[in-house]
Design a protein around this ligand. Structure first.
Ligand SMILES: *[C@@H]1O[C@H](CO)[C@@H](O)[C@H](O)[C@H]1NC(C)=O
Ligand SMILES: *[C@@H]1O[C@H](CO)[C@@H](O)[C@H](O)[C@H]1NC(C)=O
Ligand SMILES: *[C@@H]1O[C@H](CO)[C@@H](O)[C@H](O)[C@H]1NC(C)=O
Ligand SMILES: *[C@@H]1O[C@H](CO)[C@@H](O)[C@H](O)[C@H]1NC(C)=O
Ligand SMILES: *[C@@H]1O[C@H](CO)[C@@H](O)[C@H](O)[C@H]1NC(C)=O
Ligand SMILES: *[C@@H]1O[C@H](CO)[C@@H](O)[C@H](O)[C@H]1NC(C)=O
Ligand SMILES: *[C@@H]1O[C@H](CO)[C@@H](O)[C@H](O)[C@H]1NC(C)=O
Ligand SMILES: *[C@@H]1O[C@H](CO)[C@@H](O)[C@H](O)[C@H]1NC(C)=O
Ligand SMILES: *[C@@H]1O[C@H](CO)[C@@H](O)[C@H](O)[C@H]1NC(C)=O
Ligand SMILES: *[C@@H]1O[C@H](CO)[C@@H](O)[C@H](O)[C@H]1NC(C)=O
Ligand SMILES: *[C@@H]1O[C@H](CO)[C@@H](O)[C@H](O)[C@H]1NC(C)=O
Ligand SMILES: *[C@@H]1O[C@H](CO)[C@@H](O)[C@H](O)[C@H]1NC(C)=O
Length: 416
């Protein structure tokens, strides 16, 4: 992990040297005072349809990016502070913020792109302006401090992804410049302990990855608008991703464990669908969607999407599937599976779960309801029963044999 951070840092430095990624400075003002300021580099990876196929383009936030003063605001009682940066014809990046008095965070990230801009999207068969909104992306900091994340971090869903790097950002600013105190993102905290100046690292072969072992079990929850827990989950998670490795110049398959204490959960609970979003800051966002069939009162896991920032990959890794049918259970019950389960999501991505219990609907008093256990666990329960039954059978046979033997020998004595 440390090696890959160092490699990522070197790649960023290399790009920065050659000017491929530009840093821009954006600020939102009200009168004379600045309320949001951001210095960052960003690249977008956008997939769109042409008449014959699908294309993916990589676009960097250009130097010419400006703040849209019309839509940006420092916030009012009804609307949160919002930074909107625009570039090209109709491309925009928006960040809205929220705070609870001691922390502030990016409440949502909006990406808008204009498919009729043929300089960026050649041969697009649509001329739509597409807007995607990503809620709760896991960028947060203590109030009156600057959020700093030099390491690249990727966010996205479906066809679009944004990778930020060299990021310094503050909202609800006490002064007109970024606060000197920094809240450093986890990815940077990890990379500061890695050797930073060993140029030789780029040339050494990446060591064969050792399997990461069984992942730790994490406890995750989602709160309702009124603050009550509406979704509960406990599980160990392991990503199995297949991607093209830059250092090895070939497609490789890698197992990555989610570390619970570096993972934050968010999501939403609605009447017939619930989502759980697990964000490992700077490296991955894993999104689960549960669907309830209110006719049959059964729910299931219907969608999984993953967006991961793999330092050794050519582009942000993204894979997903919204028509899955896993973890069927009944409304008012939780779903339990202690055995390891493999959930196939896409050709390049499957998810291994360990010691899992989830309840996406009807959670009361912060606790799991009675569990419905998966078939695999029931099968494993059967093993001791079968062994037990076999042993009991054996004892019975021995006993019967002994009794018969005794009777025979009695009969023998009588004939003598
Ligand atoms: C903004 O700054 C100018 C010059 O420093 C000053 O004259 C003006 O009163 C300030 N406006 C506000 C709203 O503070
Ligand atoms: C591309 O076209 C397919 C089929 O019409 C559609 O499902 C998909 O959403 C389109 N993708 C984008 C990025 O517009
Ligand atoms: C664009 O192309 C996709 C296939 O690549 C097709 O499914 C879709 O209907 C096309 N959309 C339009 C508006 O022509
Ligand atoms: C999208 O791009 C086209 C062509 O460049 C331009 O005419 C149009 O105004 C743009 N739309 C928006 C919302 O900016
Ligand atoms: C995202 O934030 C903007 C600005 O606060 C807001 O207008 C928009 O409704 C938000 N979108 C979602 C889906 O929360
Ligand atoms: C703000 O949220 C954080 C994390 O959820 C929490 O630890 C803190 O106590 C909250 N502060 C206030 C003033 O509510
Ligand atoms: C943030 O700084 C401002 C101005 O220095 C101060 O009034 C405010 O109390 C500070 N807030 C916190 C949570 O420290
Ligand atoms: C919280 O909100 C949900 C729906 O939004 C409602 O069902 C529940 O009763 C509310 N709980 C409390 C304690 O208000
Ligand atoms: C990971 O995925 C590959 C390809 O789908 C598969 O062959 C391999 O067995 C999986 N490994 C684990 C530990 O799940
Ligand atoms: C990567 O591998 C391909 C074929 O396997 C080869 O043609 C190419 O030169 C290699 N590139 C590098 C940078 O080693
Ligand atoms: C996370 O947990 C691991 C192992 O349990 C521990 O070594 C590490 O220090 C923890 N990290 C944080 C940020 O708490
Ligand atoms: C919900 O369940 C009913 C009864 O099992 C079934 O007929 C119906 O097709 C299901 N609805 C959906 C959307 O799957």
């Amino acid at each position: 992990m440390r090696l890959s951070h160092a490699v990522a840092a070197l790649i960023i430095a290399w790009f920065a040297d050659f000017g491929c990624i530009q840093a821009v400075t954006l600020d939102v003002k009200e009168g004379n005072s600045t309320c949001i300021k951001a210095e960052l580099s960003a690249t977008f990876s956008i997939t769109y349809n042409t008449s014959s196929s699908t294309q993916t383009v990589q676009v960097s936030l250009p130097n010419s990016t400006v703040v849209d003063t019309g839509s940006s605001s420092c916030g009012t009682d009804d609307s949160p502070p919002w930074l909107v940066a625009v570039f090209g014809s109709g491309q925009a990046l928006g960040l809205s913020f929220s705070t609870n008095g001691s922390l502030y965070s990016v409440a949502n990230l909006t990406l808008q792109y204009n498919l009729s801009d043929t300089s960026i999207f050649p041969e697009a068969n649509s001329s739509d302006v597409v807007t995607v909104v990503l809620p709760s992306i896991g960028i947060w900091a203590t109030i009156n401090t600057t959020y700093r994340c030099v390491s690249p971090s990727t966010f996205g869903v479906g066809g679009a992804a944004v990778t930020f790097s060299d990021m310094r950002l503050e909202a609800y600013m006490p002064g007109n410049d970024l606060s000197p105190t920094e809240s450093v993102c986890t990815a940077d905290q990890a990379s500061t302990t890695a050797p930073t100046t060993t140029a030789g690292i780029t040339t050494t072969e990446a060591p064969a990855p050792t399997p990461p072992g069984t992942p730790e079990r994490g406890t995750y929850s989602v709160n309702n608008v009124n603050g009550t827990v509406c979704l509960l989950a406990q599980m160990g998670l392991q990503l199995n991703v297949t991607y093209f490795s830059l250092s090895q110049n070939k497609t490789i398959q890698e197992l990555v464990n989610l570390t619970p204490n570096l993972t934050r959960s968010s999501g939403s609970c609605e009447a017939s669908s619930a989502s759980l979003v697990l964000t490992q800051e700077g490296s991955s966002t894993l999104n689960f969607t549960f669907t309830l069939n209110s006719t049959s009162n059964k729910y299931h896991l219907s969608g999984i999407t993953l967006l991961a920032n793999l330092p050794d990959a050519t582009a942000p890794f993204s894979a997903g599937n919204t028509s899955l049918d896993y973890q069927r259970s009944t409304l008012g019950r939780s779903y339990l599976c202690n055995a390891e389960q493999t959930l196939f999501v896409a050709t390049t991505f499957s998810l291994n779960t360990f010691r899992l219990q989830v309840q996406p609907f009807k959670v009361t008093t912060n606790q799991f309801a009675t569990a419905e256990e998966c078939q695999m666990d029931q099968d494993q329960m059967l093993i001791p029963i079968i062994v037990g039954a076999a042993l009991a059978g054996l004892v019975l046979i021995v006993l019967v044999a002994y009794l018969i033997g005794r009777r025979r020998s009695h009969a023998g004595y009588q004939t003598i």
